[in-house]
Ligand binder design. Structure first.
Ligand code: PGA
Length: 236
């Protein structure tokens, strides 16, 4: 059985007491849950070290990485540093980074390549705006964005489809629209690349979303912060 990947993106949330939330999640997880799912937590990078020795079966990831290995880049973190701190994945190209930090597809591609060089699995995020969706351009916009964001080097990666208008809003695309987008992404990347859906995934809608063809897991923001909600998604 191919495992689903359920990834929690904590964004800029979580102080050191968040360790308790992870421990509480671990107490809920059964062997059957672990057989069915790979579970990934992407906390703020300040917490990676604290989680490293407690993660056990859980995987850890960064939320971003710099394209370079080291150097004069104040405030940035390289993929090597994330790996050193216990990460095996890194999100790249999240729409919040693309918007807040003006990250182009070219930068996202360089970050994905940097993650691969450091032995991390990049989770490459793509997604359309509300205006693109309403104009009927979602598939074209997202597949174009993906093609320009893919690493040119060999290596395993994950793609997360996250419609910008669905992130943190409680809005979710229609099941048919997710299916259509994931079908298009599948054609673009081939059979071996896990495709995640992200954007307002909650315990109440996770079962339906995760049963859509070519949806191999979820990238969860808000609902990954509380063990109970995150577990509700994992067990859906
Ligand atoms: P959300 O965020 O689950 O809070 O909508 C998803 C994401 O941005 O990865």
């Amino acid at each position: 059985m191919v495992k689903r990947l359920i990834a929690g993106n904590w964004k800029m949330n979580g102080l050191k007491m968040a360790v308790q939330e992870v421990e509480s999640l671990q107490r809920k997880l059964t062997p059957a849950d672990m057989e069915k799912n790979d579970i990934l937590i992407c906390p703020p990078a300040t917490l990676l070290m604290a989680f490293k020795h407690k993660a056990n079966d859980l995987q850890l990831g960064g939320q971003d990485c710099h394209p370079r290995e080291n150097g004069a880049h104040t405030g940035d973190l390289s993929a090597e540093m994330l790996s050193d701190a216990g990460a095996s994945f890194s999100i790249v190209g999240h729409s919040e980074r693309r918007q807040d930090h003006g990250e182009s597809d070219e930068i996202v591609k360089a970050k994905a390549e940097a993650a691969l060089r450091a032995g991390l699995t990049p989770i490459i995020c793509v997604g359309e705006s509300q205006a693109d969706r309403e104009a009927g351009k979602a598939i074209r916009v997202v597949t174009t964005q993906l093609e320009a964001s893919l690493p040119a080097t060999e290596g395993h990666f994950v793609v997360a489809y996250e419609p910008i208008w669905a992130i943190g809003t409680g809005l979710v695309p229609k099941t048919d629209d997710i299916a259509e987008m994931h079908g298009a992404l599948r054609s673009a990347v081939g059979a071996d690349i896990p495709l995640l859906y992200g954007g307002s995934v909650k315990p109440g809608n996770a079962g339906e979303i995760l049963s859509i063809p070519h949806v191999n897991g979820a990238l969860v923001g808000g609902a990954s912060l509380k063990a109970e909600d995150f577990y509700g998604i994992i067990s859906a």
